[in-house]
Ligand binder design. Structure first.
Ligand SMILES: CC(C)(COP(=O)(O)OP(=O)(O)OC[C@H]1O[C@@H](n2cnc3c(N)ncnc32)[C@H](O)[C@@H]1OP(=O)(O)O)[C@@H](O)C(=O)NCCC(=O)NCCS
Length: 178
């Protein structure tokens, strides 16, 4: 894990996940996803290929908050997907169907509602814009995943429609940046 900054006065560190972290990242994802009330809220079947693309091929950024090397919350930005976002919401809605979800947002139970996912989102926006020039983005969320819908709403995303993603219904959320 490459430490980027120390968060607040706590032991929590903002880290960028690298190739050597993928085992820990995978274990974190599977652990949190296995505790979800509905498995369709978070699709894990492609997790290895997504990490390979985002981290090893550098087609995105995966950040986490970690405490003594243990991941507490994680989130990703998929730069390939972001490139589609210069489209209007209408065009985006019709073109996004075969793309990966733009962010992998997960927080360990017991650490939720502390602002970690929102903070990760802010760091990812800052750095992806600086590194890749990304200016707007989208996310896909299961229509019944109220927590995630609330998070993205709080982060300024607009719900622009329903799509089928990995064979499952998803709300397509879109956000422009300044
Ligand atoms: C969705 C999730 C990532 C949110 O992570 P988090 O770190 O708890 O989110 P934050 O603390 O940054 O929340 C920011 C805001 O989002 C909204 N929000 C988040 N969780 C909420 C909940 N359970 N109920 C209502 N609003 C919620 C609130 O507005 C919150 O601000 P507040 O706490 O000041 O009211 C987390 O609940 C999670 O890991 N869920 C399971 C995995 C998942 O479904 N991931 C998304 C897949 S698309």
């Amino acid at each position: 894990m490459r430490q980027l900054e120390t968060y607040d006065q706590s032991d929590l560190q903002l880290v960028k996940l690298e190739e050597c972290d993928l085992g820990a990242a995978r274990a974190f994802v599977l652990s949190v996803a296995s505790g979800l009330s509905r498995p369709e809220f978070f699709i894990t079947s492609d997790i290895d290929s997504i990490f390979e693309r985002l981290v090893c091929r550098e087609e995105g950024l995966v950040y986490a908050f970690a405490n003594s090397g243990q991941i507490v919350a994680m989130q990703a930005i998929d730069v390939v997907a972001l490139q589609h976002c210069d489209l209007t919401p209408r065009d985006l809605l019709s073109s996004v169907k075969n793309c990966y979800e733009s962010t992998l947002t997960l927080c360990r139970p017991g650490c939720r509602r502390k602002g970690y996912s929102s903070l990760l989102h802010g760091f990812l926006l800052r750095d992806s814009r600086a590194m890749f020039g990304a200016r707007c983005q989208f996310a896909t969320v299961h229509p019944d995943n109220t927590e995630s819908l609330m998070l993205y709403s709080t982060l300024g995303y607009t719900d622009i429609g329903r799509i089928i993603h990995f064979g499952l219904p998803r709300r397509l959320l879109h956000r422009h940046r300044e």
